[in-house]
Write a protein that binds this ligand. Structure first.
Ligand code: ATP
Length: 505
């Protein structure tokens, strides 16, 4: 029997009222209300929903309307920091404890948690903290006092060796169900990227029962994202260059012209009109490429910043803050000298995978993979940073066979060092799938994403939101052959086809 949460209020009217009053949202997105109702009724819940579905709301809203503390386990400090900050801005009493929390702060939070009627509604912690004796005792004590209302495991795919971003300490979370069992504390596991193997691992390691857990799933693919692959020949052995950078510059110039046209038309009616910069992320495989590409773009007078694990924490934070500011502020309030300049047109981050999971900036209009993504899951997570405001956005992979071979070589040598068979196979399978995704010219790309994750919700809707459906497979095949052609073959093609115009440009 599920244990109904320590109740304060759970009528549908109250949930909608809280959604508006606390979270400032007009209505639930499809399925959110069902997930939230199941959680409040005290069920264990598994939610596998597309990036930007609004999974955080599914544990935050129940936390706000329930009496007691909801513990959220989150894998990344940056992600945790963003969520805590946004919840605090909404006026929710939220705390986080991790390896960087100062001692006095820890004491203050723990004192509240153990006071018998804690003010804290949400407590964010890392899986590493959950593995410590001290934290386990703390949680058991809160539970004994009847104040532990729910445990939410965010990015739950990290528990599985079959998933990407596997975190060994996630596996240790099995103690939650075995220890906090009298009465049982409901668990909610959420993720955007779970294949059936990963789902089975999540259930098994978290001790979720197949019969009683309420499972919810949406299609993994995102209908508002236009998926596209651009093909390039191998690099010139003399200078190591290929035509990726010129193509990128062309494409950005094209977007710039479109933005200018919009601005000019607005200026006709309103002399102080302004148009926001176009925000985008360009994922690159190496830190040095992130620095190099950002400097190429800034050299061409665009606003671009590198982001990778080699930069100081403070620098990364600053980069993220500036990016967010230019992505979300009223364009009339931004310190932009000339609204028609290239600088005014762009707000770009050139990042390695260090910038990814959980980043929630609503207005990102494009995500470009300047090289092959690590696998299908990484691609889905990273491209899922685009279009989180539900408006049209684009995901483009820049693909070369040379890069494919390099990635396969690297994956094979990593696999030789890897002891876990599951991890070895998962890595190779995921890479194989992203290569097939790129090489494919005849199956809708939304379908491919959906098939990879074995979506039960049915194959994804596309409505011409991918190059296969938009260009048609014959044209796309020709474009691919021309793009991948070697120097000699390319001689036959005097010029690359003009850039196709997309809605998001
Ligand atoms: N009902 C809603 N109405 C409008 N916006 C919503 C609603 N629910 C969530 N959102 C917004 O959607 C955005 C994405 O939410 P969230 O970060 O929880 O996504 P997610 O499902 O965890 O995605 P990811 O897996 O990519 O991290 C947030 O900006 C959130 O405020």
């Amino acid at each position: 029997m599920p244990r109904a949460s320590l109740k304060r209020s759970d009528s549908i009217t109250d949930l909608r009222f809280t959604l508006r009053r606390v979270f400032g949202k007009d209505s639930f997105r499809p399925l959110q209300e069902e997930v939230i109702t199941a959680a409040i009724a005290g069920h264990d819940v598994f939610l596998c929903a597309a990036t930007s579905f609004g999974k955080s709301l599914c544990y935050q809203l129940p936390a706000v309307v329930s009496l007691g503390v909801t513990v959220v386990i989150s894998p990344l400090l940056a992600l945790m920091h963003n969520q805590v900050q946004s919840a605090q801005e909404l006026g929710i009493i939220v705390e986080s404890i991790n390896g960087k929390t100062p001692w006095a702060e820890k004491v203050r939070i723990e004192t509240d948690l153990l006071c018998g009627h804690p003010a804290t509604k949400l407590l964010y912690v890392t899986p590493e903290l959950c593995a410590t004796d001290h934290f386990r005792k703390l949680i058991v004590q809160i539970h004994r006092q009847g104040q532990l209302v729910r445990i939410a495991v965010d990015e739950a795919h990290c528990i599985s060796e079959w998933g990407h971003d596997f975190r060994p300490t996630y596996k240790e979370l099995k103690w939650l169900k075995s220890t906090l069992n009298c009465p049982a504390v409901p668990v909610m596991a959420v993720t955007a990227t779970a294949t059936s193997q990963v789902r089975d691992d999540i259930f098994s390691f978290l001790g979720l029962d197949d019969q009683t857990t309420k499972s919810f799933a949406t299609s993994t693919s995102r209908p508002n994202i236009h998926y596209e692959v651009q093909y390039f020949s191998e690099s010139n052995p003399e200078n190591g260059e290929n035509d990726m950078l010129p193509y990128l510059m062309n494409r950005l110039e094209f977007m710039h012209q479109r933005r200018l046209a919009r601005l000019e038309s607005l200026l006709q009616d309103d002399p102080v009109a302004a148009v926001a910069p176009i925000s985008g992320i360009i994922y690159v495989p190496l830190r040095s490429t992130a620095d190099w590409l950002a400097s190429k773009l800034t050299g061409a007078e665009m606003r671009a910043q590198p982001y990778h694990a080699g930069l100081e924490d403070e620098k990364r934070k600053q980069t993220q803050t500036t990016f967010l500011r230019y992505a979300t502020a009223d364009p009339r309030l931004l310190p932009i000298k000339d609204g028609r300049s290239l600088m005014a047109s762009f707000n770009i981050i050139c990042a390695t995978t260090a910038f990814g999971m959980g980043i929630d900036v609503p207005t990102i209009r494009f995500v470009i993979h300047y090289g092959l993504p690590r696998g299908m899951e990484s691609f889905t997570q990273e491209s899922g940073r685009a279009g989180r405001d539900d408006k049209a956005a684009s995901s483009i992979i820049f693909y070369t066979r040379e890069d494919k071979e390099r990635c396969e070589f690297r994956a094979r040598s990593d696999a030789n060092r890897e002891k876990s068979k599951a991890k070895r196979e998962a890595r190779m399978q995921s890479l194989k799938s992203i290569v097939e995704f790129c090489e494919n010219t005849h199956i809708c790309r939304h379908d491919l994403v959906s098939r990879y994750f074995g979506d039960k919700a049915g194959l994804a809707d596309c409505y011409f939101a991918c190059d296969v459906c938009k260009e048609g497979s014959i044209q796309l095949k020709k474009r691919k052959e021309r793009g991948l052609a070697t120097e000699t073959e390319a001689f036959e093609f005097t010029q690359r086809e003009p850039v196709t115009q997309y809605d998001w440009d």
